[in-house]
Design a protein around this ligand. Structure first.
Ligand code: NAD
Ligand code: UDP
Length: 320
């Protein structure tokens, strides 16, 4: 297949490009590098099956030649990023998805949307299955991300119903691994970099909120299976092992061998406003329809991630 990946220089996008190339597909990666980095895809330079185009997907996308699939991952998914760039977040979710869908329609290509567990907001149902419609505050600080993805899902279904486009919707739960930006503000890069620097781990509020963490290779496997499937309804992709953030911090301390303390902090900005209290995917649909479930235990995934962060931080020190 010839496949366009938007958000290709980001964390998940770059791993997905690697996987698609390994499967023998031709990949066009697109990114405006607002939060992504060419360092995530520099190893693909010289690969005949890969081409990178720097482009903002909220603008008209022109691409020569045929396309079999458009995988739309461009987004600003870190709470720190979307609080700083609320309008760009809404635009990439709304206008960017519109452009990517338009391109898929023009090329007769299959379209896969990288949606999110944030469509469930601060859920009142636990664990979250795809039939749950969510509890989102549209005017809160997280609304810019959540509503842009809800709109993106609605638009994807409208293209399916109106134009007969082949569509797939992945609702991705917290995913982590190598190539996350050290300073992207999400909990894994924060805790790991704090642990490795010997700084206190900043657990927000009392640390009793929960998340479920999926290693990136598992997630990419799920995305690939979904792409090849005929499942048009949204599918949760995530690891159903739920953890309290305080316990997650302790695990990172243990695995990194760090002597850092844990510090309970109340962020001054709005990053914990409407912060979901509990989050855990019900992955029955993915198990049943895709034969997929995560296989990497959180300890193993974290070890690989900590090692990667350790190497990157050592490189930064050498450069400085
Ligand atoms: P990321 O920030 O590493 O990657 C997103 C990429 O999109 C970046 O490279 C960024 O430069 C690019 N981008 C943003 N706006 C753009 C625009 N207008 N034009 C072109 N490129 C643009 O994030 P990620 O964690 O790799 O997330 C990838 C996708 O998965 C996103 O759609 C995100 O919403 C979804 N997702 C991720 C998680 C997670 O835990 N990582 C959870 C749920 C959903
Ligand atoms: N969090 C934390 N300390 C940090 C960063 C995040 O306690 O330094 C918490 C945050 O409040 C949330 C959870 O960790 O409850 C996951 O946050 P993240 O930003 O990774 O993603 P989210 O799941 O909220 O989109």
């Amino acid at each position: 297949m010839r496949i366009l990946v938007t958000g290709a220089a980001g964390f998940i996008g770059s791993h997905l490009c690697d996987r698609l190339l390994a499967e023998g597909h031709e990949v066009v990666g697109m990114d405006n590098l607002i939060t992504g980095s060419t360092s995530n895809i520099e190893h693909l330079a010289g690969n005949e099956g890969f081409r990178f185009i720097k482009h903002d997907v909220t603008e008209y996308i022109y691409l020569e030649g045929h396309l079999d699939a458009v995988l739309h991952l461009a987004s600003l998914p870190s709470p720190v990023d979307y609080l700083q760039q609320p309008i760009k977040t809404l635009k990439v979710g709304a206008l960017g998805t519109h452009k990517a869908l338009g391109l898929a329609r023009a090329k007769g290509a299959r379209f896969l949307l990288a949606s999110t567990s944030e469509v469930y907001g601060d859920p009142q149902v636990h664990p979250q299955a795809e039939g749950y419609w969510g509890n989102v505050n549209p005017v809160g600080p997280r609304g810019v991300y959540d509503e842009s993805k809800r709109f993106a899902e609605a638009l994807t279904m409208a293209y399916r119903r109106t134009h007969g486009l082949e569509t797939r919707i992945a609702r991705i739960f917290n995913t982590y691994g190598p190539r996350m930006r050290l300073d992207d503000g999400r909990v894994v890069p924060n805790f790991v970099s704090q642990a490795l620097r010997g700084q206190p781990l900043t657990v927000y509020d009392d640390g009793t909120r929960t998340r479920s963490f999926c290693y990136v290779s598992d997630l990419v496997e799920g995305l690939y299976r979904l792409l090849l499937s005929d499942v048009a309804d949204p599918v949760n992709l995530g690891n159903p092992q739920e953890m309290r953030i305080i316990d997650f911090a302790r695990l990172i301390l243990q695995l990194s061998g760090s002597c850092s303390e844990i510090e309970f902090v109340r962020p001054k900005d709005e990053r914990t406003a409407d912060d979901p209290n509990r989050r855990c995917p019900d992955i029955t649909r993915a198990r049943t329809l895709l034969g997929w479930q995560p296989v990497v235990p959180v300890e193993e995934g974290l070890r690989l991630t900590i090692e990667w962060f350790r190497e990157r931080m050592a490189e930064q020190q050498v450069r400085a």
